[in-house]
Design a binder for this molecule. Structure first.
Ligand code: DAH
Length: 347
């Protein structure tokens, strides 16, 4: 039992031991341990507080004050120590996180243009250089522009159900089956001024096999003005083919039929696979068909707002996938839509 001055001395001793312990606590666990030892229910401080009642009445007040002050002091020291410990832990963690500037960086996978985009850019660039400006039209198009204005009447086979996607909620509208309606849009915008335009975009048909996808891309060109002839068409297409297939490309125009051109021609290039000697891909002919073209039909000129007696024009349409397949030797059109990195990384 504590006695007289001894009691006060013991409070001092208790204080210095507790202070030493708190200062020595290096982490939260050690501090918690000190808290239990010095402030816990079975600790010496609580013991001493309980012992006040056994002290002589004259000493109780001072002893009680001293012990309560000590308890307050220890509690606030522990709170301070706690803050120091967590701050030190934070700095230690931050130090561990500093980065070594000499380490090699983490490589990021670089994206690149899709082969269809590369072909599209090449096609558009080639025609830009010849003075064609870029025009656009919607993918949901009226039947009037997709068909009628292009001289494709209601009984034309291209309008049969198996070719065209119809828009259920909007009678008279289809997913455009080609980029040719943009011809009409461009003419109506510029007539009677001359126009030279190109457009590229998605078109839709109910087709699905190794060479046909229900969604594909076309590029369309149109030139209308006074005195435009077939020689302009041929010269333009020749330049265009050279830009895509190289300076040595050979081209051939073959008579054909399209409702919106008269006369019409299909354009072939010398087979890129056998150099024109004849192979499986060109079916022994030495040529491969790459686009449709012709002189704009008078009906179409009138629909566009031009007078066929004054204005003439030429037009052509190219399948972008087909060009990409020929240019890069891809034999299945579906590869172009599968986003398979093994293919895409090659470009
Ligand atoms: N629109 C045709 C198609 O989708 C392609 C075409 C042929 C476009 C001849 C033309 C053209 O502008 O003159 O098959």
């Amino acid at each position: 039992m504590l006695k007289g001055m001894d009691r006060m001395k013991d409070v001092e001793a208790l204080r210095s031991d507790a202070l030493r312990d708190i200062a020595a606590a290096r982490d939260e666990a050690a501090l918690e341990q000190a808290r239990i030892v010095w402030l816990g229910r079975k600790g010496p401080l609580v013991d001493a507080l309980r012992g006040i009642k056994d002290a002589p009445a004259a000493e109780r007040r001072d002893l009680g004050l001293a012990l309560n002050r000590l308890r307050d002091e220890l509690e606030s020291l522990m709170t301070e120590r706690q803050a120091e410990i967590s701050e030190r832990a934070l700095f230690a963690r931050l130090r561990g996180e500093t980065f070594d500037v000499t380490l090699p960086g983490r490589p990021r996978a670089m994206g690149g243009p899709h082969p269809l985009q590369l072909v599209e850019d090449a096609l558009v660039d080639a025609l830009h250089a010849l003075g064609f400006h870029f025009a656009e039209g919607p993918e949901v198009e009226s039947e009037a522009l997709n068909f009628e204005a292009l001289n494709i009447p209601a009984d034309h086979p291209a309008r049969e159900m198996h070719d065209t996607f119809f828009v259920q909620d909007q009678p008279g509208y289809v997913l455009r089956t080609h980029t040719s309606p943009v011809q009409i849009r461009a003419m109506r915008k510029h007539a009677p001024q001359p126009v030279r335009m190109i457009t590229v975009g998605r078109v839709y048909r109910r087709d699905d096999d190794v060479t046909h996808s229900p969604v594909f891309h076309q590029m369309e060109g149109l030139a209308v003005g006074e005195g435009i002839g077939m020689h302009h068409l041929k010269g333009t297409l020749y330049e265009f083919c050279r830009a895509i297939f190289g300076e040595d490309v050979r081209i051939r125009l073959r008579p054909s039929y399209f409702p919106f051109t008269e006369p019409s021609a299909e354009v072939d290039i010398g087979c890129v696979f056998c150099g024109g000697e004849g192979c499986r891909i060109c079916k022994g002919t030495g040529f491969i068909e790459i686009l449709g073209s012709g002189m704009v039909h008078p009906h179409v000129l009138r629909e566009g707002g031009y007078d066929p007696a004054v204005h003439t024009g030429f037009a052509f349409g190219v399948g972008v996938e087909r060009i990409a397949m020929l240019r890069y030797g891809i034999d299945d059109v579906r590869l172009l839509f599968q986003s398979d990195l093994r293919l895409l990384r090659q470009f």
